[in-house]
Ligand binder design. Sequence first.
Ligand code: NDP
Ligand code: MG
Length: 393
Amino acid sequence: MRQQITVLGATGSIGVSTLDVISQHTDKYSVFALTGNQKIDLLATQCIKHSARYAVVIDPQSAVILRSKLKSADAETEVLCGVEALSEVSDHADVDIVMVAIVGAAGLLPTLSAANAGKKILLANKEALVMAGGLFMEAVKASGALLLPVDSEHNAIFQCLPPTSRGLSGSGVLRLLLSASGGPFRGLTTEQMVDVTVEQAVAHPNWSMGHKISVDSATLMNKGLELIEACWLFDATPDQVDVIVHPQSIVHSLVQYADGSVIAQLGNPDMRTPIAHALAWPDRIGSGVAELDLFDIARLDFTKPDLENFPCLTLASEAARTGMDAPAVLNASNEIAVQAFLDRRIGFTQIADVVKETLSRSIFKEPESLAAVQESDSRARHYAASFILEIER
Ligand code: NDP
Ligand code: MG
């Protein structure tokens, strides 16, 4: 029996890579549903190629266009519309696997639905865990869902931990070493980054990714979000996670053990490796990624992160230590600031200013419910947006 998979965010960078891996293993996987937002042409092509049973888009106008494209191709895909439909194709009884590759807070509700329904979840989206890690991990535990990290660093750590352990306690692990490439502006000072352009910020040296995560990689906020993500996934404290800058992006992360051993996972920087690993786990399947040639790479460098010129990493690790809804506030204000930078309303270094200001104005509290998380999220978005208006004046 082929496993049925829903790909949330099929039209994005991770979504496209996921479908590439699936198309190499059509004997094992079939597509249940694909979702997109703005790239309707691509979504239509994907639905036709993979014979998707359902397609989901958010706005009704897009649904009309998609239906007509599918109809003219005689495709049998049924088009659903709206945020609730994202959850419907995530917790549907016929679905075995849900790949969460929607960017940002929009990924939260369908991810929670998949968790509550006990699905096998391949988690690329990190914002959902950062916002609501406690609620999410509780849902996974209660339903017996299988949560497999796709983010390359977390997938690497998962591979380096003992197979029987789902956390650090009692496993002889001292610390997790989270790799960071340093992004396109590694080595620059704050002054040198004041006038960098959107085009420079999204041009990551090693990885090809969506715009939001590319900007996060350039500010090092991505590593900050990943630190919080690692704490939830592996039941670690922020003190048990060290960030190491490794510009070649070959060692995807490492685990340091009490006996002096350090276990690392290596590979070419291509997301199809962690995607294939999570899809087939505990088996291994081909991914289409070129074999790693160590002679070609020749050297691997490791340095400490530059916290002075990249304040977002410190803001995130402070939010991780504060706990409560501080990570949700961090994430929401960062999403607003990154969008304002992409819209050329604020400068690159002002992203950190917006996040810092929003955090400093917030009174943190424990988010007891999904509604409380959503309230913290929208309050932080509102504050960040008004601070950006002030900057623009
Ligand atoms: P992209 O921007 O390339 O893709 C995002 C996807 O989400 C697209 O399918 C997009 O649709 C859809 N989408 C955007 N906004 C909404 C919304 N409001 N509602 C529903 N769907 C929406 O992002 P990436 O693929 O790069 O990243 C996806 C997630 O994976 C992020 O959370 C990122 O942090 C994480 N990740 C990505 C990595 C990478 O290498 N790219 C590595 C590790 C983690 P459309 O394009 O049709 O508008
Ligand atoms: Mg990553």
